[in-house]
Ligand binder design. Structure first.
Ligand SMILES: CC(=O)SCCNC(=O)CCNC(=O)[C@H](O)C(C)(C)COP(=O)(O)OP(=O)(O)OC[C@H]1O[C@@H](n2cnc3c(N)ncnc32)[C@H](O)[C@@H]1OP(=O)(O)O
Length: 208
């Protein structure tokens, strides 16, 4: 394992644990974590480097890698803005068990979890979470800061807008478009385009 593959993670709670295990399985070394305060639990015995806004970030991180380990979309967006401001080295974290088409594109600071499939010609933005066991079928477009919770299925040619959250085990029918900042409840089935931000739940998914 080379020193150049050390990763600083930002955020250290439940979602971070999943990221850490993916990174370790993929052969990365975790250099430590930043968070607004020292974590109460430290199951991976990581070194705390402080709150990113209060430290000389470039001096600590140097040319190592950084990754946003927070499930909440707006916090992840802020972290990525911070990474961009300081020109920190972002990358894509892909669990070794995931199946990614060679013709799919995935932007930086995106997490692809265990047993995920991303199929042909799909385009995934930056800071996205495609969580455990999700299926992203052919030609899907997923904008920045989306979170697709575990078990979600996007059928072919689905488009998901920026910062949208799609709850666990939800299904989105082929050729459907979902707007920015939508929340789709767990176990929902989206069969028509969603043009309006807000919470949509049920089968078929309805505005709540
Ligand atoms: C690794 C991880 O853990 S990633 C995270 C995975 N987590 C998820 O996928 C959970 C996603 N969140 C949900 O599904 C939530 O229930 C939300 C966001 C849809 C709604 O949350 P809240 O706004 O707090 O709604 P609340 O719990 O108060 O329920 C309001 C009503 O909506 C209903 N409702 C809530 N969620 C759903 C749902 N997923 N499907 C159908 N109905 C729902 C409730 O039964 C309730 O109905 P009532 O008014 O008739 O009693």
């Amino acid at each position: 394992m080379s020193e150049s593959k050390s990763v600083f993670i930002f955020g250290y709670s439940g979602h971070a644990y999943v990221i850490i295990e993916t990174l370790m399985d993929a052969g990365y070394k975790i250099a430590g974590y930043f968070d607004f305060q020292k974590a109460e639990k430290n199951p991976y015995s990581l070194k705390y480097f402080g709150f990113e806004n209060n430290v000389d970030i470039q001096n600590i991180v140097q040319d190592h890698l950084v990754f946003p380990s927070v499930g909440e979309n707006t916090i992840r967006e802020k972290l990525i803005g911070f990474f961009e401001l300081y020109s920190l080295n972002q990358f894509v974290a892909i669990d070794p068990s995931a199946l990614i088409s060679k013709t799919a594109s995935i932007n930086v600071s995106t997490y692809i979890g265990k047993h995920v499939s991303v199929n042909a010609q799909s385009k995934i933005g930056k800071g996205v979470i495609i969580n455990t066991n999700c299926v992203v079928e052919h030609e899907c477009t997923i904008k920045d800061y989306v979170h697709l919770a575990p078990g979600g299925v996007l059928c072919g040619n689905v488009a998901v807008g920026r910062s949208t959250f799609i709850g666990a085990n939800s299904v989105v029918k082929q050729n459907t478009k979902i707007a920015d900042n939508v929340i789709v409840g767990a176990g929902s089935v989206v069969v028509k385009n969603i043009h309006e931000k807000g919470i949509w739940v049920g089968n078929p998914a309805k505005y709540r």
